[in-house]
Design a binder for this molecule. Structure first.
Ligand code: C5P
Length: 312
């Protein structure tokens, strides 16, 4: 995307405008261990990028400013706490320059929905600023900065599918043998990720939570593109915590299953719910049934895998 006559500058060290498209993620496995001394949880986190995108546009400005449009934009902070703003500051600091940039976020990914929307904007802003400022950072440098911004940010940069261990930020790419069809049901209002992890800890008080491990049947289903097998292997250890904080999500899950979903689960820390469909036609039918049931405020159909953050 080029705007305001910036076309001729795009390839060099100083484009006028840079837009980056970045995908949402669904966790097809979210294996969570016990709380660590630093408050984080060790994860066996299988990320899959889906074709639901935010776009972040960076252009030169006198000072760091952010604007946002799209569903849920009113809930997005426009101050220094926004992950896109933090990304611009971190990158500028690393290179000893001022983060004087305007970032415009066009949202499609549900806000505070468990689909890494904030993390996606952080990764996109990092890549957009790196391009706008002509810094030419290596992928390894960008990934290191992503990991400092948040546990899910590195995956937003790389996309595709990956196993994340540690906090979820240490990634190994995974092979995906086919296209998968998804429906996402957007709930009314968000859930705070720390609050869901806190509820996980409360529900597991006194329990020795085993170390999480990636599911072999799940990885095999991903590798062969086998949707029914993938559906049978989906799991999310945060789901009981999300349902405890938002019991109405159980009805949304039941509704999607009844409409023909191969499987249904809470996406990440929720409250977005994810439904695996056997094909595109079934996905549309599931989305319709979910919307008609009144158990969600919006639906999206999407496919996976999707490419990571990309300069348009
Ligand atoms: O890394 P990030 O800032 O995205 O994490 C947000 C919150 O999610 C953390 O403050 C923590 O409460 C929780 N979290 C966790 N264990 C992880 C990742 C996140 O407890 N592996």
């Amino acid at each position: 995307v080029r705007e305001g006559g910036a076309a001729e500058a795009a390839g060099g060290g100083g484009a006028d405008t840079v837009t980056v498209r970045v995908p949402a993620k669904v966790n097809i496995q979210l294996g969570v261990g016990g709380a660590r001394p630093d408050g984080y949880h060790d994860l066996a986190n299988v990320f899959l990028a889906v074709s639901l995108y935010d776009r972040v546009t960076a252009r030169p400005a006198d000072t760091l400013t952010i604007t946002c449009e799209g569903p849920g934009a009113a809930q997005v902070p426009l101050d220094g706490t926004n992950l896109a703003a933090r990304a611009a500051k971190l990158l500028a600091e690393r290179h000893g320059i001022a983060p004087d940039v305007h970032l415009h976020i066009a949202k499609e990914i549900p806000v505070a929905g468990g689909m890494a929307g904030g993390s996606a904007d952080g990764a996109a802003a990092l890549l957009a600023c790196d391009t706008l400022w002509g810094l030419g950072s290596s992928r390894a440098e960008l990934l290191e900065l992503c990991a400092r911004l948040g546990s899910d940010v590195p995956f937003s940069l790389v996309g595709g599918a990956a196993l994340g261990v540690g906090r979820g930020e240490r990634l190994t790419p995974l092979e995906v043998g086919g296209e998968f069809h998804w429906v996402f049901a957007v709930a009314d209002g968000g859930l705070s990720t720390p609050a869901v992890y806190g509820e996980f800890d409360r529900l597991n008080e006194g329990v020795r939570v085993p170390a999480p491990k990636a599911s072999e049947p799940l990885l095999a289903a991903l590798r062969t593109g086998d949707a029914p097998a993938l559906g049978a292997a989906l799991s999310n250890d945060l789901q009981p915590a999300a349902l405890s904080l938002r019991p109405s999500l159980a009805t949304t899950l039941t509704t999607g299953r009844a409409a023909g979903a191969l499987a249904a689960l809470v996406s990440g820390s929720g409250p977005t719910t994810a439904f695996l469909a056997s094909d595109a036609v079934s996905a549309v039918a599931i989305a319709r049934a979910l919307l008609a049931s009144g158990t969600c405020v919006a639906t999206h159909t999407a496919t996976s895998p999707a490419a990571g953050a990309t300069v348009l």
